[in-house]
Write a protein that binds this ligand. Structure first.
Ligand code: NAP
Ligand code: MG
Length: 518
């Protein structure tokens, strides 16, 4: 800055012309993703991925063994940052799902449910410790297969995965204290279906409480992110978990549908889109008396509400963490920002400056803030929704950075001039895109925040404790963060209202989803 000023004073017409053209030229949308990096970028700092080879093919994990799918069908799993094929994954059909369920039933009856809670807890502790030992390997693979930045998979996902196994290991021999005066009994075989945004963490959220309560499991990971689930299978073998206690059937949506329809499953736990959640609820309801129990963790459209009395710089960081964490591939992402009118201009100015400092690129680089979008399909969906916002009159602001030529990328984006009826204010985008709106009074804030079919999470930024309590009572959301956002802990229950689903995961509530209380 000082140099520019000096040149200006010396009357350098070149500098003057250059700065004038840079500030006035309006670039087309694609070109706007250029280039603050030249000024003050870091040297590359990629995490080593050579030490963790990926086998060319991954089979199903049934009855403690890796077995080929009956139909011998496989599909490719790719790295979304490079579009390179990483491996082939087995595609399970109904026969494989039936075999996995039979293995889980045998293990349930013969080994796992008769075992004492104390013994079950030992296995869970062992699994948690091996996850900690192998956490670097798991973080690298999670990043390569799913596209999330290594600093998130290494510092957030993996510690939480281990923490969930540790936490529920602790409950395994204390279930009667969790439910005083009641006798908790396991449900039987749990069919669990998970999405691609937190592959290992979602597996941990599902498997750890189920096993702690004495259930056995058939897990169906998401199609684009199965590699770490198969590493988890190796960890189960290493921990000498009895065969059949956890079975993993990889595949596409039809594999998940086969699991939902499979007879002999006592509980279905699903995390994913509201659309698929509704299909599952319908399919389960049609089974009548034979229906398994069901919990659904579905989509969200969280409101992040910033009051005039908030610590604004802290709130800006919370907004950034709320929407750009994991490329916005977060069900509870703070994707609607409500700013009180008096600070609107300040917040927008600070947000605009802050997103220019975010680094988009190689997810394995330790300095990367925004990694790759998980799949070409998801990228297409994000682009279409942002375009709908622009068509409906919203104003687009994006990070001006150079995007890699290969892979699936979307820069941190926010939209102003958004109204409640715009699709970007109503639909889940599941990408790094924030819709900004304003409000005047607390009443208006919670009414506008609740004006969505979803109800998973919300955030409130204010200096006043009383305002936090008032808002938390009025907001129809399963989680309300106060002066923070996107913080998770195994001891806290997590789940939704309305079309964000029902049932809770985490904490004591997460245990009750896998117990019959007598
Ligand atoms: P999705 O399309 O609903 O898929 C979720 C899982 O269901 C995947 O394993 C998927 O398999 C499988 N599936 C697809 N069709 C199925 C069917 N007809 N029957 C049974 N299973 C089926 O969701 P996604 O796109 O992977 O994940 C993003 C969504 O998850 C977002 O809406 C997000 O909000 C939600 N989510 C919610 C939470 C929460 O705790 N509330 C947490 C994380 C994510 P394939 O991968 O093979 O299609
Ligand atoms: Mg992949």
């Amino acid at each position: 800055m000082a140099i520019v000023e000096k040149r200006r004073k010396a009357g350098s017409s070149r500098t003057t012309q250059h700065s004038a053209s840079a500030s006035t030229k309006v670039l087309p949308l694609r070109e706007r993703t250029l280039n603050f990096g030249d000024k003050w970028d870091y040297a590359p700092s990629p995490e080593d991925n050579k030490s963790f080879p990926i086998a060319p093919r991954h089979e199903l994990f049934i009855g403690g063994k890796f077995v080929a799918p009956r139909a011998r069908r496989y599909f490719d799993s790719i790295n979304p940052a490079t579009e390179e094929k990483l491996t082939e994954i087995a595609h399970a059909d109904g026969r494989d799902v039936a075999a996995a369920t039979a293995a889980a039933r045998t293990a349930y009856e013969k080994v796992w449910s008769p075992m004492s809670g104390r013994e079950r807890g030992k296995y869970l502790y062992r699994i948690a410790r091996i996850i900690q030992e192998r956490s670097r390997e798991l973080a690298v693979l999670e990043t390569m297969d799913g596209g999330k930045p290594i600093k998130e998979s290494r510092d957030i996902d993996l510690p939480l995965v281990a923490a969930h196994f540790f936490y529920y290991a602790g409950w395994a021999d204390k279930l009667k204290y969790a439910f005083p005066g009641r006798s908790p009994r396991p449900l039987g075989v749990a069919g669990q279906i998970i999405p691609w945004n937190f592959p290992l963490l979602m597996a941990a959220w599902k498997i750890a409480p189920a096993l702690a309560c004495g259930n056995t499991v058939v897990l169906k990971p998401a199609e684009t992110t199965s590699i770490t689930a198969m590493r988890l299978a190796q960890i189960f073998q290493e921990a000498e978990l009895p065969p059949g206690v956890v079975n993993i059937v990889t595949g596409a949506g039809e594999t998940g549908a086969a699991l939902v329809q499979q007879r002999g499953i006592d509980k279905i736990a699903f995390t994913g889109s509201t659309e698929v959640g509704k299909l599952i609820a319908k399919s389960v309801a049609e089974r009548g008396a034979d229906a398994p129990r069901l919990t659904l963790e579905l989509g969200g459209k969280a409101a992040n509400i910033v009051f005039e009395d908030a610590a604004i710089d802290q709130a800006i960081e919370g907004i950034i963490a709320g929407i750009y964490f994991n490329q916005g591939h977060v069900c509870c992402a703070g994707s609607r920002l409500f700013v009180q009118e008096g600070i609107y201009k300040t917040v927008i100015r600070k947000l605009r400056d802050r997103i220019q400092t975010m680094r988009v690129g190689n997810p394995l680089d330790k300095n990367t803030d925004i990694g790759a979008i998980n799949s070409a399909t998801q990228l297409k969906k994000i682009r279409a929704l942002v375009q709908s916002g622009v068509d409906e009159g919203a104003h687009l602001e994006q990070t001006r950075c150079r995007l890699p030529a290969k892979g699936y990328w979307y820069p941190p984006t926010f939209l102003t001039n958004v109204t409640a009826s715009h699709r970007v204010a109503q639909e889940e985008i599941f990408g790094p895109v924030l819709s900004v709106m304003t409000f005047r009074t607390p009443e208006e804030a919670f009414e506008r925040a609740n004006n969505t079919p979803y109800g998973l999470s919300a955030g409130v930024w204010t200096d006043k404790g009383s305002k936090i309590f008032k808002m938390a009572q009025k907001l129809r959301a399963g989680v309300v963060w106060a002066n923070t956002f996107n913080k998770f802990d195994p001891t806290s229950p997590f789940g939704g209202y309305k079309e964000s689903g029902f049932g809770r995961e985490g904490g004591l509530q997460g245990l009750s989803a896998y117990c019959r209380l007598e």
